[in-house]
Design a protein around this ligand. Structure first.
Ligand code: FAD
Length: 349
């Protein structure tokens, strides 16, 4: 007879692995299905110079401390290594190269099908597929005419291909500013912004920002209980160097351009400028196409959920949605303070 699992977790990034940790503690029978060849989430796809915006001591998943000195800001590759060690430490039951193509609910159980033709049946499903599969780019007039290079920040790895170019980075968040500052070293780079970049100090009274966020309870405060999704503050976390670079015009920031022309962009005052490359650091949207036949999504493909619990499909849960429960949702540091909230979920399971 075919096995019916208690839970199938879709996605082997930090959200899926942390889910696995809690499921294991509860003694549930589960599998984590990961589309790629290893369960380290999207981190290998992020740009090479990426440094976490939270100190190592605030970046641990439940049950395993982030290695190294607590007061350093870990690099991308340290996160990858940590996630590999995490899966090993708890012997999490992960199946790699299992991209989930569809989920259906028939009666009391879910049928999960993968692209490679495998099928899994389970009583519950946790979706932990992140947002990286679905980069968002705004629609801008004249884009089809532009003969230069357009890419999303998810495709950016390092500055080498852009040396001596005229580059625009669209966006005012952490990724936009980090990429633009790095590019400004080798190319003529501007940030194109809807609103001027806002900064928040990474160190306040000698402590990392996340120390204060935790001390004041913002990481765990369940704002979602007072309605809807928790908005993420839109400010660039800065030790001071980003602000200084922008003040020095490396890069400069300008109001967002109005449209493209064949060789560049047209600024709001009508000036035309030649541009080689435009990089959109404009974020991501959840990519949940595999859930489309469950009735779990709205017309735009967003999940109908409250605090990670599907409001339309009993037994379907989400981990790692932005603004799902607190300001820390969809970051590495969510997993520690939300253990109790997680137990709420587990008891539903
Ligand atoms: P992901 O890491 O995207 O993992 C999802 C996994 O699901 C992937 O392995 C994917 O292959 C798999 N998957 C997707 N679809 C399917 C499917 N259909 N079937 C099976 N598997 C599937 N957070 C911080 O805390 N600090 C930071 O400094 C920080 N910096 C960031 C910088 C950038 C550029 C970005 C984009 C995000 C950053 N974040 C940071 C936010 C967050 O921590 C990361 O995005 C993190 O990767 C999210 O983890 P996740 O597990 O939710 O999703």
């Amino acid at each position: 007879m075919k096995e019916v699992w208690d839970t199938i977790v879709i996605g082997g990034g930090q959200a899926g692995l942390a889910s696995g940790y809690h499921l294991q503690k509860k003694g549930l029978r589960f599998l984590i299905l990961e589309a790629n060849g290893q369960a380290v989430g999207s981190w290998p796809n992020y740009y090479a110079s990426l440094k976490l915006f939270s100190l190592a001591r605030f970046s641990s998943l439940p049950g395993l401390k982030f290695p190294g000195a607590g007061d350093h800001y870990p690099l991308r590759d340290e996160v990858i290594h940590y996630l590999q060690e995490y899966a090993k430490a708890f012997r999490l039951p992960i199946k790699t190269n299992q991209r989930v193509e569809s989920v259906e609910k028939t009666g009391e159980t879910f049928m999960i099908r993968t692209v490679s033709g495998d099928r899994y049946e389970s009583k519950t499903v946790i979706n932990a597929t992140g947002a990286f599969q679905h980069p968002y780019m705004p629609v801008i007039k004249g884009r089809e005419k532009f003969r230069g290079n357009i890419l999303h920040s998810s495709e950016y790895r390092n500055p080498t291909p852009f040396v001596n170019q005229r580059v625009l980075v669209v966006g005012a968040g952490n990724s936009a500013v980090q990429i633009a500052v790095e590019l400004a070293e080798v190319s003529r780079t501007s940030l194109a912004v809807l609103r001027p970049v806002k900064f928040v100090k990474q160190r306040i009274l000698g402590q990392d920002l996340h120390f204060w966020i935790r001390a004041f309870g913002f990481d765990t405060f369940p704002i979602w209980r007072f309605g809807g999704v928790v908005p993420r503050p839109r400010a660039v976390i800065d030790l001071g160097n980003y602000k200084a670079c922008l003040a020095a015009g490396k890069p400069d920031q300008r109001p967002m351009f109005a449209s493209f022309h064949a060789d560049g962009v047209i600024w709001p005052d009508g000036t035309k400028e030649r541009v080689d490359t435009v990089i959109f650091a404009t974020g991501y949207r959840p990519h949940l196409a595999h859930l489309r036949n469950t009735g779990a999504l709205d017309a735009e493909g967003s999940p109908l959920q409250a605090a990670g619990i599907s409001t339309t499909v009993p037994g379907l849960y989400y981990v790692g949605l932005e603004g799902q429960r607190s300001f820390a949702s969809a970051t590495l540091r969510e997993s520690v303070p939300t253990q109790n909230l997680w137990c709420e979920n587990c008891s539903v399971i």
